[in-house]
Write a protein that binds this ligand. Structure first.
Ligand code: F6R
Length: 243
């Protein structure tokens, strides 16, 4: 695992975006694994800027997102499909048919998880997977638990995550309590993984991820067993690593 402490959020986003741009340049039809949340917004802006400057071409790129809230349709402005369209896909020349987000309104959520797992497999796996990290160490919506979940599954979000997500919703009652998420096994199959974290709230979980025991109680800790992971943190998120 490689850890890069950047001077600030802007530098973190710039460095991470270069890894994605390099992958697209080397393999124009690559499969990118994408994340939502506050953390990657700046990196997506960088990619849009590179696209506008004709430095990167998304026309053959395929994408798979990590997760989606159960019960929210793609046109709900809090859904992750909406987030991806709004922050990235609407601003680049990607073919939307090549972009995949789990369907949060599928009648049978378990069947949707199976379908999604097949979609990822049928694309030949993910070339570069982007991850954020929850304050509690979750990656995608794999919450702290007793065993690492392997495949795409329906998850009950923890109170910690529901509270962290509440900032985007009008009231606590509106915050979804369930989500569909890629499993840890699905994520670990990616050839390369890039994890981003910024802000003091992430400092402890970044420390635990890098130095603590490898345990499903800190889901991101499993990344230490992956052969090609780079963690980019700003000074605040990396503060405990330096002591
Ligand atoms: C989002 C996702 C989540 C977030 C995490 C951090 O697709 O999978 O694991 O990456 O909750 O969220 P932010 O970036 O909002 O702090």
């Amino acid at each position: 695992m490689k850890v890069v402490i950047t001077k600030d959020y802007t530098e973190m986003c710039k460095l991470a975006s270069r890894i994605f741009a390099a992958e697209i340049t080397l393999k124009p039809d690559c499969v990118l694994g994408l994340a939502t949340g506050s953390t990657p917004v700046g990196m997506y802006k960088e990619l849009v800027e590179m696209y506008n400057e004709h430095r990167v071409d998304f026309s053959q790129v395929k994408t798979v997102n990590l997760d989606e809230y159960a019960g929210l349709s793609g046109d709900n402005d809090q859904s992750y499909r909406y987030f991806m369209n709004h922050n990235l896909f609407d601003h680049i020349n990607i073919n939307k048919e090549n972009t995949n987000v789990p369907n949060g309104t599928a009648a049978d959520l378990e069947a949707e998880c199976e379908r999604y797992e097949q979609v990822v497999a049928s694309m030949g796996g993910v070339d570069v997977q982007l991850l954020g990290i929850g304050n509690n160490g979750h990656i995608a919506f794999n919450e702290p638990c007793e065993e690492f979940p392997e495949k795409t599954h329906v998850v009950n979000l923890t109170q910690n995550t529901i509270e962290a997500n509440a900032r985007f919703f009008a009231s606590m009652d509106d915050v979804p309590k369930k989500a569909l998420t890629m499993g840890i096994g699905t994520i670990m199959k990616a050839k390369k993984i890039v994890l981003l974290a910024n802000g003091a709230k992430k400092a402890q979980t970044i420390y635990d991820t890098v130095y603590g025991p490898i345990t499903p109680k800190v889901p991101a800790s499993i990344l230490r067993l992956h052969p090609d992971v780079t963690i980019f943190v700003d000074e605040e998120a990396g503060a405990l690593l330096k002591k």
